[in-house]
Design a binder for this molecule. Sequence first.
Ligand code: ZN
Length: 152
Amino acid sequence: MKSTAGKNLHGLFPVRIRTRFVVWLTTTLFLVTCIVGVVCAEPTHQQPPEWQTVQMRVTAYCPCEQCCGEYSDGQTASGHNIQPGDAFVAADTQYPFGTEMVIEGYDNDQPVKVLDRGGAIKGNRLDVFFHTHQEALNWGVKYIDVKVQLAS
Ligand SMILES: [Zn+2]
C-alpha cells in the first residue's frame, strides 16, 4: 500500500508544478493588472469633489404661508416633495439643483443640496429650510462661510 501511494504521488509531481506555475502566473497577472489599473485610472477618474468657500448671507424659511406665500404647496422649485426630516437650501440659479453645500450650524454641518429657489435669493444669498416657522425665526440672519461643491 505504501509503495503504491508513493508511486502515485511521484506521478502527480509534474502536474502539481504546472498547477503552481499557473496559479503564480494568474496571481501575478492579476496583481499587475490591478496596480496598472489603479495607477493609470486614478488621475482621470473618481476625483474627489472640489469645494469652494463663499461668504453668504444665510436666512431661513419654512413651508408656511408667511414664508412661501402662494408657493406653500409642499413642493420645492426643483419639484422635490418635502419630507419629514428634510434639510436643503434655496439658492441663486448660478447654483444648479443638486449642488451640495456645507452651511455651518445647519443640519449638523452635513452637506445639503440646493433644491429650491427664492425671489429674494440672488447672488450670495441662501435660504435654509426648516420644518417650523419658529426654527426659521431662531436662525435669523447669518453671514457665514459656506462650502460649495464645484460643478464637475
Ligand atoms: Zn414660515
